[in-house]
Design a protein around this ligand. Structure first.
Ligand code: AMP
Length: 440
């Protein structure tokens, strides 16, 4: 309930008017510290409800201390015109029962019209960095008394080359009391530098498990006919891939034990971890893996939770995990600290739909890999033409090695958003299966 937040009644009225019932996870996490005035760095996707997470505390600050409109009190920077326009709409919707006025300054719009709007001095200014700098250079913009600065989609602003402009605009807001920085990814060095330059003792809220995925990890799938075929693929991979340490995930204990037996039989030094193993075995397995005495671990999700082993650079999903979050947790173990990692999922016909859902969740397409010596019959679902005639699976790109192509991000409303761990289909495409117990 939004009434859990110490928001002004006029804002709660707007929230009710907009039929927002439950706050989304990013709102739950960010609104209270933002209301306290803290600087925040928030990692959250577009579509997670992050706009309201900064707009509501911002408006609360401006309402609480109503003043005659003589200065710009809040500045929101965004990378694109469209996002700036959307954000303006959101600000206007939330401020509909207040006297707070907002203005927009983006490229592609009439410069003089914007200058006239700026002369009337909005309380909240929303804009893209390039045009704001132009208005600043023309002497039309005074940001000296901005109290709150928001950098939304900061990672994208950097990607688009706005680093210097953003920095300059932040410097112009020299007397600000609070800065909130939002990004969809955990970003690279550029973002870290910006965080250090513009935020003061920030709290870092990570709302997006996708951000845990290391960019140094390649993600591949290999199709398989059945579990026996998957076992042959595992043997091949362990024999042919270069890796320091590998972890193989299965969805069931029985499968973990079976695979473990097969690997031991072929002289691999391997441990198995699942819910039936006691703490002593678990500790032994993890210690050996850490020390390097054992290079391979077969595990179920439950058993491997929280496992952080240095040098783990190969993850094999013998079965596709049952949720996007579980996938991210598994894969997040590799490619840490800037190292390269490889994640390979073995996909039978019963894994395919899950795999596609995870691709949509991550807005990525996994590399399709074929191991010539072990090429099976199953290559993915057959495409059905409008005529109803099945098209050969070979028409699909089964040996595409171009790597993961990103699908365009989609914005969809997030009404009735479930709990954080089930934010799996926020692209609104296809709901992932509800997570079952991780072992059966
Ligand atoms: P955003 O991630 O801020 O772009 O928000 C995505 C969409 O979700 C926008 O259309 C918002 O109006 C909507 N939205 C944000 N928070 C909530 C909520 N708590 N309940 C329902 N819809 C929401």
């Amino acid at each position: 309930m939004f009434s859990q937040f110490a928001l002004h009644e006029r804002l709660l009225k707007a929230v009710a008017e907009l039929k927002f019932v439950e706050p989304t996870p990013v709102q739950v996490a960010a609104i209270p510290p933002a209301l306290e005035g803290r600087d925040l760095r928030v990692t959250a996707q577009t579509g997670s409800g992050k706009t309201a997470a900064f707009v509501l505390p911002m408006l609360n600050r401006l309402i609480g201390d109503a003043q005659p409109r003589v200065r710009i009190r809040a500045l929101i920077l965004l990378p694109t015109r469209e996002l700036a326009q959307q954000t303006l709409k959101e600000v206007e919707r939330f401020s509909q029962f207040t006297f707070i006025k907002s203005g927009l300054v983006t490229g592609g719009e009439d410069f003089k019209y914007q200058a006239a709007m700026l002369r009337k001095v909005p309380d909240v200014l929303i804009g893209t960095p390039g045009r704001l700098i132009e208005q600043l250079n023309a002497g039309n913009l005074d940001l000296k008394e901005v109290e709150l600065l928001v950098l939304d989609e900061a990672d994208r602003m950097l990607d688009m080359g706005f680093s210097d402009d953003v920095q300059r605009l932040a410097n112009e807001c020299a007397n600000r009391a609070q800065t909130l920085l939002f990004s969809a990814t955990s970003g690279g060095n550029g973002l870290r530098e910006m965080v250090a330059a513009v935020l003061r003792d920030p709290q870092h809220l990570r709302l997006n498990s996708i951000s845990e995925l290391n960019e140094g990890t390649r993600q591949q799938i290999i199709t398989a006919d059945d579990p026996a075929h998957k076992e042959r693929l595992v043997h091949w991979l362990l024999a042919n891939e270069t890796y320091q340490k590998a972890i193989i995930f299965t969805n069931t204990r029985a499968q973990a034990d079976r695979l473990y037996g097969r690997l031991v039989a072929s002289d691999h030094k391997v441990f198995v971890l699942h819910g039936e193993k006691d703490q002593k075995d678990r500790k032994l397995a993890i210690d050996r893996l850490k020390q390097g005495g054992v290079k391979i671990l077969v595990a179920t999700d439950v058993a491997a939770r929280g496992l952080d082993v240095e040098g783990l650079d190969l993850v094999i999903n013998f079965d596709m995990p049952r949720s996007g979050d579980e996938y991210v947790h598994r894969i997040g173990r590799t490619g840490r600290a800037g190292n390269d990692g490889l994640a390979i999922s073995l996909i039978c016909h019963n894994d395919w739909n899950l795999m596609s859902s995870v691709e949509r969740y991550l807005k990525q397409r996994f590399e399709r890999r074929v191991i010539k010596e072990l090429k099976g019959v199953y290559q993915g679902p057959k495409k059905v033409k409008a005529s109803g005639k099945a098209v050969g699976a070979k028409k699909k790109k089964t040996d595409d090695k171009k790597g993961a192509a990103k699908a365009p991000a989609k914005r969809k409303p997030v009404a009735k958003r479930p709990a954080a761990s089930t934010l799996v289909s926020q692209d609104g495409l296809a709901p992932l299966k509800k997570r079952k117990p991780a072992e059966e």
